[in-house]
Design a protein around this ligand. Sequence first.
Ligand code: ATP
Ligand code: MG
Length: 230
Amino acid sequence: SPLALEGRISCRDLGFSYDGVHPVLEGVSFAVRPGQMLALVGHTGSGKSTIISLLMGFYPLAQGQLCFDGHPIAQLGLASVRRQIGLVQQDPFIFAGSLADNLRLGRSGIDDARLWQVLEEVQLAAFVRALPAGLESALDEGGRNLSAGQRQLLSFARALACDPKILILDEATASVDSQTEAALTAALACARRGRATIAVAHRLSTIVDADEILLLSRGRVQERGRHEAL
Ligand code: ATP
Ligand code: MG
């Protein structure tokens, strides 16, 4: 398709305010190419999730430029860009329905074989195979019958199902057991290959593995570089 993105992201002098008065982001710039991972770190309220919201086109920019493959989001079309971003949510939306429906989210062209593939990638396949109804197992609203780690892995599998060129991850802050921690690290190591990845990072392994880290403070980039340099 002519709209298929390579996945280059560039963001220049980004500025934003929710109320038009108090600035939440000022002068934020970064670029990510396929195969690279950018980590966003900083205290609560520093603007990390706001950057993700702007990348997803949830709000119009107040200032600056945000481009995918060199084109402003408005030129490419919001729906088209969003379809090509795999978003792993901090608190994933899980509805009462089958596991398969929760993974597909109404998108066409994702067959069972693809679902098993992404479940393998996030190390949930063994867990799902052991369920009596497999992919058709019922999930509770909010995923209450899953652990916090399993919910994030499910969100991961959901994001990967459409084989997006861009991966955006808002890491869960909830503490998980060491096995889930290892699964999350392995899933990210695998999923980021060939993709442009932007991660709001809480886990040290994500920060260490990032090609660039932006340390945000009150909506500004306070420091940037690789882990060993910061
Ligand atoms: P955390 O680590 O707690 O998730 P964050 O770095 O993701 O924090 P943001 O959620 O981007 O921070 O918030 C940045 C600032 O914008 C904060 O001052 C916050 O109160 C404000 N803010 C966030 N979302 C909204 C919103 N929907 N409406 C108004 N203000 C908001
Ligand atoms: Mg946040």
